[in-house]
Design a protein around this ligand. Structure first.
Ligand SMILES: Nc1ncnc2c1ncn2[C@@H]1O[C@H](COP(=O)(O)OP(=O)(O)OP(=O)(O)O)[C@@H](O)[C@H]1O
Length: 303
């Protein structure tokens, strides 16, 4: 089983298969999610993210394979300690935000006073306190989204599973939710969230799981994955024109814009002779390897 990192794999998804009719949509899906970390779950439309999350939450059964939490198979009692923001969302349109989140907190075992206190604190944190007494249907989509996030968090879950928590949020709201999720992780929760917004995932997640066509294609900590998929690509900024790079052995120019250039090095060629050649010609303001963005890794692994 690929462990996402060397740390305690609190949630383990092991060899999960699932079909709808004769179509297999999850194939031998295995990955782990660690407490104290934010794990981004990334894949194209229809890759299998929601189906996997539903299986983790017990909304849907796996055909085979297991999901366990700290070594124990998942049952109702353990899942009570999880928080879930489903793709289809689930708040009642005609009930106030406050009443509804308090109610959900009570369903998860909180007493009335604690549920109310936690709800108000969360609504404050998510900048939604002023709308606490409004019916959900009166809120903008972005605010409904924040209310959904509060609903998933109210009982202080050990594992938080969020299906596309950032869709429909403006950039400031994304930052606000990111901060709240970071705080939860820092307090010890394991957080698994799916997103199409690779820039947000890149900024937010500690670990990544990439799924395509129902198969896990890559999993690991973000910086390890960036190293693993690093290209032999470099960026340089010199004082004069960088066009001389064209004639350097082993160099393939990817982009040349006056003093700036990006180039690939063929196997067997070192970067330091290029740096020396640049210094022989004048000042060098920047020189170093280019690490791939998450979007580039994503494109590479889902092919
Ligand atoms: N109840 C169902 N009945 C039949 N097919 C289903 C059902 N639920 C999901 N599927 C199919 O399973 C595949 C995986 O769907 P899933 O919703 O898990 O993908 P996803 O990665 O969450 O996609 P998206 O990013 O679009 O939400 C899709 O082809 C989908 O059509």
């Amino acid at each position: 089983m690929p462990t996402v990192n060397g740390m305690n794999p609190d949630l383990s998804v092991d060899a999960v298969d699932r079909s709808f009719g004769d179509r297999q949509v999850l194939k031998d899906v295995s990955f782990t999610v660690a407490s104290g970390r934010l794990t981004g779950f990334v894949g194209a439309n229809g890759a299998g993210k929601t189906t996997t999350m539903r299986i983790i939450l017990g909304v849907l059964a796996a055909d085979s394979g297991t999901v366990s939490w700290r070594g124990e198979p998942l049952g109702r009692e353990i899942r009570q300690r999880f928080g879930y923001m489903p793709e289809e969302r689930g708040l009642y349109p005609k009930m106030s935000v406050l009443d509804q989140i308090v109610y959900l907190g009570r369903l998860h075992g909180l007493d009335a006073a604690t549920a109310r206190r936690r709800t108000m604190a969360l609504l404050e944190r998510l900048e939604l306190a002023e709308r606490a007494n409004d019916h959900v249907q009166k809120l903008s989509l972005g605010n409904q989204q924040r209310a959904q996030i509060a609903a998933a968090l109210v009982h202080d879950p050990e594992l938080l599973v969020l299906d596309e928590p950032f869709s429909g949020l403006d950039p400031l709201a994304v930052d606000n939710v990111v901060t709240v999720l970071r705080e939860r992780a820092a307090a010890g929760a394991a957080v698994l969230f799916s997103s199409h917004q690779l820039d947000v995932v890149e900024r937010l997640c500690d670990d990544l799981v990439i799924i395509a066509d129902g198969t896990i294609r890559a999993a690991g900590d973000r910086s390890g994955l960036r190293d693993q998929y690093a290209l032999p690509r470099y960026r340089i900024e010199v004082g004069g024109d960088a066009g001389w790079l064209r004639d350097q052995p082993g160099v393939t120019l990817i982009d040349l814009d006056g003093r700036h250039a990006t180039f690939d090095l063929e196997p067997g060629f070192e970067d330091q002779p290029i740096l020396r050649a640049a210094l022989d010609r004048g000042p060098v303001h920047a020189f170093g390897p280019v690490r791939p963005s998450l979007a580039e890794i994503f494109r590479e692994v889902i092919q």
